[in-house]
Each structure stands twice: as structure tokens, then as C-alpha cells.
Ligand binder design. Structure first.
Ligand code: ASP
Ligand code: MG
Length: 401
């Protein structure tokens, strides 16, 4: 068998953690498998590096920031390879570019375009474990890029697809994919399996367990992804697959607590609204909930939409830049909001999910300001301070009755 094993930052936080992960790797190899390991940066290293850059400048250039952030994973890969060698398990560490991770030219959030894993294959043929730095790649001009926060998962799945691996196992600090974040909801349950579509929706809506591009790639290439705990690997975890016959309308409650609501007043309904969203799209801002109310006068419409808090400054700059041309009267940004969602593939042919969700919130005296529905989800936007309570109330309505 050929297996990709990916270890997250909390599974590599110290030398003891690295040793424990190395034990799992060596054991897998001892079973005769070809093993490729993908590592994240240790513990909070990536946050610490971002902070270091901030101590120098508020706006580091994308290229240099990526050069800095790549160091985190490089430390991990070298330490892991040393540990494996010290245990008598032949290993070699490879940076993203050495492992053939080719990306688009976009710093901080690059997509993988293709993987040329010749060197990884060579390492395997030599009987070594290939330890690859996650989260990084190289663009067509030879510049280092990073894949966005949480992007090591995507490195792992992309490698698994390119190598035709039998499985891509994601080792993390929780036991798999839960019905809600187990750090927020004590009685959250682990799913034995979950469909790619549900996982994709959950990842996009704030479940931190997997990077959404990793799920997208897994679905596209039919990679068998298993999420399990490094600390109790025997407890099974969650497998992602195309179908799972579970029959439950709701599979997960997610929370994204980095949301801003933007409200634009006096925006015409025709080319003006269209122009605004075009401009935001051109600046790489992705928008989720959109609500338009007609207002009283012909040009009195109000448009509200949610964006990621990380895009706040870009959104402000875009709005300031097109205000005159599009002729709207004012805009405001409500910060510190959260989006709480219920997700499930069975939701499309059931009814009553929204009613149940809103009832649960109402009973807790929570009144969401915005509500939106999709085929696989219903989301509400609330102040961030109420988010955890909202998740617990909704979880108890759907999973604990
Ligand atoms: N180290 C990176 C991060 O913290 C990538 C990852 O862990 O997947 O976002
Ligand atoms: Mg992660």
C-alpha cells in the first residue's frame, strides 16, 4: 500500500510530539507500506512568524511573507526526518518545490496547479519515508508560494492524488469530523463517515478540521481521506467518501467567527449593484450572504453582504474607490460577527430544518440579524459573542433530543 500521513501543528508541537508521530510513521512503514509524510509547522509557529513580520511592518510584501512562513514547515520536515533516521527508519525531507508542488503565482493563498512527484517517488524507491513540507509550493517563475492557512491538508491530498495513494490520513488533535466543534460542544459526536459534499460545505462554513481545497481535490480525484487523532489513532476517526447512507438531514453545525457584515445604502439595483460585486470579485474578495432590500426611493436600495474579516481592508478600499462612480450614499462595516450554519445533504428534501434552528435560537433569546439558505445549509449571522451559545443551542436541538 502507498499511504500519505499528514500531521498538523498540534501533533508536532514539541520533540515528544514529533517522536510520537514518528512512531506511528515507522510502524506504518514496518507493515511494508510506502509512506509519504506531510508536516505542518509546529504548534503556533505560523502565527508567531506572522507576528514577527508585523513587528517589522504592517504590510509586508507577499513574496517576503511567504519566504518567512515557509520556514515553519521546513523546520518540521527536517526535525521529523532526523527523528525517523534516529529511530533507524530511513527518511528524507523535501521542501514543497522539491516535492514538485507547482502553484499559481499568488502569494499567501496559491492554488496547486499540478504535482510533479518524481523526487518523492525516487525517495520511496530507495526505501525511504519522504517527509514533505506542507503549505508551500513554487510558481512558474520559481518563487515560493503558500497555500493559505490550513493549507498543509491540501498538500497531502494533492500528493495522494498524484501518487495514486491508497489513503490520505490526516492526523489531528481531535478524533475526526464531529457534529460540532468538540471544544465548543461537549456532547458533539464523531461521524464514522461523511460525504465529500457535506465536508466541503462544512469546511467552507468554518469547520477547521480540513482545508476546503483539500476536500475539493479529494472529491475531484476520489482520494480516500481519513481524519483521525494522533493521540488515539486506534479510535477510528472519520472517512470521507462519495456517498454515505445515514439518512440524517443535519450532519454538522459549524461556526465561522471571522465575519464582517457590510451594508451599502443608496445603491441602484441595476448596473450599480452588479458593478459593486464585480469589483469585489476582481479584488479577490469572496462574498457569502447577500441581502437586498428595495428601500423607498428609486435609488434608495440597501445591500448587505458578509465577507471574511480578513478581507476588511480590501473591501473598504474597493468601496471607497467606487463610491462616486456607482453613486451610493454611504457604507458601513459591522465587525466581530459570526456565521453559524447547519449542514447536511439530506436537508434539500426535508423540511422544518430552518424552523427548528430558529426555534432553538429563539428559546435561547438569540435573534439572528441575517438568515440565508442553500441546498446543503442554513446560516445565520449573529454577533460573535453569542456564537458559541448559538452552536450549543442548535446542537442540542438536532443531536441531543
Ligand atoms: N502552518 C500553516 C497554518 O498554520 C499551514 C497548516 O498548518 O496547514 O496555517
Ligand atoms: Mg489544519
Amino acid at each position: 500500500m502507498r499511504i500519505v500521513m499528514k500531521f498538523g501543528g498540534s501533533s508536532l508541537a514539541s520533540a515528544i510530539h514529533i517522536r510520537r508521530a514518528a512512531d506511528l510513521i515507522a510502524r506504518q512503514r514496518a507493515e511494508g507500506d510506502d509512506v509519504v509524510v506531510v508536516v505542518s509547522a509546529q504548534g503556533d509557529t505560523t502565527d508567531d512568524l506572522i507576528e514577527k513580520a508585523r513587528e517589522i511592518t504592517e504590510e509586508p510584501c507577499g513574496r517576503e511573507k511567504d519566504m518567512l512562513l515557509c520556514c515553519g514547515e521546513q523546520m518540521s520536515m527536517a526535525l521529523m526526518a532526523m527523528q525517523l533516521e534516529a529511530m533507524g527508519c530511513p527518511a528524507v525531507s523535501l521542501c514543497g518545490w522539491q516535492a514538485g508542488i507547482r502553484t499559481e503565482s499568488r502569494h499567501g493563498d496559491a492554488r496547486i496547479l499540478k504535482v510533479e512527484p518524481d523526487r518523492v517517488i525516487r525517495a520511496l524507491e530507495e526505501g525511504r519515508v519522504a517527509v514533505v513540507a506542507g503549505f508551500q509550493g513554487i510558481d512558474g517563475t520559481g518563487e515560493l508560494t503558500t497555500l493559505g492557512r490550513g493549507g498543509s491538508d491540501t498538500t497531502a491530498v494533492a500528493l495522494a492524488a498524484a501518487l495514486g495513494a491508497d489513503a490520505c490520513r490526516i492526523y489531528t488533535d481531535v478524533s475526526g469530523v464531529y457534529s460540532a466543534d468538540p471544544r465548543v460542544v461537549e456532547r458533539a459526536r464523531v461521524h464514522r463517515e461523511i460525504s465529500y459534499d457535506e465536508m466541503l460545505e462544512m469546511a467552507a462554513l468554518g469547520a477547521k478540521v480540513l482545508h476546503s481545497r483539500a476536500v475539493e481535490l479529494a472529491r475531484e480525484h476520489n482520494v480516500r481521506v481519513e481524519v483521525c487523532s494522533t493521540f488515539s489513532p486506534q479510535s477510528g476517526g472519520t472517512a470521507l467518501g462519495s456517498e454515505c447512507g445515514h439518512g440524517q438531514p443535519v450532519r454538522g453545525i459549524t461556526c465561522d467567527d471571522r465575519v464582517d457584515m457590510v451594508t451599502v445604502a443608496g445603491l441602484g439595483a441595476g448596473p450599480e449593484t452588479c458593478g459593486l460585486f464585480n469589483r469585489l470579485a476582481d479584488s479577490g474578495v469572496s462574498i457569502d450572504v447577500i441581502i437586498r432590500s428595495p428601500g423607498e426611493q428609486p435609488r434608495g436600495g440597501v445591500v448587505s453582504f458578509s465577507v471574511s474579516a480578513g478581507d476588511r481592508e480590501t473591501v473598504r478600499a474597493v468601496l471607497n474607490g467606487c463610491r462616486e462612480e456607482l453613486g451610493f450614499s454611504a457604507f458601513s462595516v459591522q465587525t466581530d460577527m459570526a456565521k453559524v450554519s447547519v449542514v447536511g445533504v439530506g436537508m434539500s428534501d426535508g423540511c422544518g430544518v430552518a424552523a427548528k434552528m430558529l426555534r432553538a435560537l429563539q428559546e435561547g433569546d438569540l435573534r439572528p440579524q441575517y438568515i440565508t439558505t442553500g441546498e446543503l445549509r442554513i446560516s445565520v449571522i449573529l454577533p460573535k459573542t453569542c456564537a458559541s451559545r448559538a452552536v450549543r443551542l442548535i446542537h442540542s436541538a438536532f443531536f441531543e433530543e
